[in-house]
Design a protein around this ligand. Structure first.
Ligand SMILES: Cc1cc2nc3c(=O)[nH]c(=O)nc-3n(C[C@H](O)[C@H](O)[C@H](O)COP(=O)(O)OP(=O)(O)OC[C@H]3O[C@@H](n4cnc5c(N)ncnc54)[C@H](O)[C@@H]3O)c2cc1C
Length: 343
């Protein structure tokens, strides 16, 4: 059996490792469009804040290590740009050589994750405005802070990642403002708990702008944020942490395209993991997709692949116990919920 895995971080790398433990003979190839596989996403805010000082600690496995340990081939800077379902191939862009080629598969696992939201707000593409997803993002934030003597920062979005960035940039001695569009930070918690978090943030000298949103960024010389309330915040740096959207563009690039087609992938026996699985939720309330931590999901998919199971229309659950907590999704719903619960 030849298995291709799209995406080489949480869900992808753990699916590959689990599958290898279950099947010594499978040919397993991971395609990762970034430079790194299996890095510690969760450590990134702490690396930005110098709590984790050693960059190497974020990089859990290199392609050479995963090959030596598990006999798994990981191709980095290799972006899957198309799925040719009839031929059972994927088209891959080697980003170093700029050459496209096809690779065949027997089974295909999609674990491309989700990318940070960057809505069309005037001024949002200014170089002082950052998002946080991977190691290059962390490098960019750290370099900018180091070179520009950053004294003030605004974090937009009071979810888990936003709050972690508040904590970590504060740790560097930077004065922080937090802008949150909802009536509280951390949407999943009760308002009584959120009120305590608001108090704690204020005690730590964080300027809180709750129930307010960014209308525009003025970027002429100084960086100024105009809020809907009419307030203005002048700052050196902005971190956007306002949610994510599934990275499903390549899956749509298959002649017919569109959300319904992604749905049919799933029912045709494709495996879609973790952050990207939320796309499937929106498409069909019937398909039951366990979402959870990338690693937990990877283990489930490793088992399912070995058994050769596919999902039936109407939805099978991949395995018991797969629903675990993880990141929030673009709709702000906690992960672990199933499609019909979310509506
Ligand atoms: C800063 C930060 C902190 C976090 N902290 C926590 C935490 O404390 N606890 C927690 O549970 N979760 C946390 N998360 C969320 C967690 O990291 C994600 O839920 C998890 O990584 C999702 O796994 P995944 O495999 O779906 O996607 P990812 O781990 O994002 O992996 C997807 C990979 O696929 C690659 N890819 C995408 N498209 C293609 C393509 N076409 N071809 C090839 N490769 C492609 C991407 O480059 C990416 O590297 C955090 C996330 C971030 C960004």
């Amino acid at each position: 059996m030849k298995v291709i895995i799209v995406g080489g971080v949480a869900g992808g790398a753990s699916t590959a490792a689990r599958l290898r433990r279950l099947d010594e003979n499978a040919e397993i190839i991971i395609f990762e469009k970034g430079k790194h596989i299996s890095f510690a996403n969760c450590g990134i805010p702490y690396y930005c804040g110098d709590v984790i000082k050693d960059r190497e600690k974020l990089l859990l496995l290199t392609p050479a290590q995963i090959d030596a340990m598990f006999n798994i081939e990981a191709r980095v800077e290799a972006e899957v740009i198309k799925i040719n379902r009839e031929k059972k191939t994927v088209t891959v862009l080697d980003k170093q050589s700029d050459i496209e080629y096809e690779e065949t598969y027997d089974k295909l696992v999609l674990s491309p994750g989700a990318s940070p939201l960057k809505p069309n707000i005037p001024g949002i593409n200014d170089e002082r405005i950052f998002t946080v997803r991977n190691v290059p993002d962390a490098d960019a934030i750290k370099n900018y802070i180091r070179k520009n003597n950053v004294k003030n920062a605004v974090i937009v979005g009071g979810g888990f990642i936003g709050l972690e960035m508040v904590e970590n940039l504060k740790h560097l001695g930077i004065k922080i403002s937090l802008v949150e569009g909802a009536t509280q930070v951390l949407a999943p918690v009760d308002s009584e708990i959120a009120a305590q978090i608001h108090n704690h943030l204020r005690e730590k000298d964080v300027n809180l702008y709750i129930f307010d949103g960014v209308k525009s960024f003025e970027t002429d010389r100084d960086l100024t944020i105009n809020l809907y309330s009419g307030k203005q915040i002048k700052t050196d740096l902005v971190i956007l942490a306002i949610g994510v959207k599934p990275e499903s563009k390549f899956a749509k690039n298959r002649n017919v395209g569109g959300r319904v087609q992604i749905h049919s992938f799933v029912h045709a026996g494709f495996f879609s993991s973790h952050d990207s699985a939320s796309e499937n939720f929106r498409i069909s309330g019937k398909a039951r997709f366990a979402r959870g931590t990338g690693i937990g999901k990877g283990e489930v998919y490793g088992i399912e692949l070995r058994k050769g199971r596919t999902y039936r229309k109407g939805g099978d659950e991949p395995a018991k116990g797969a629903e675990r907590t993880g990141s929030s999704d673009p709709d702000g719903s906690p992960s672990g919920m199933e499609g019909d619960q979310r509506r």
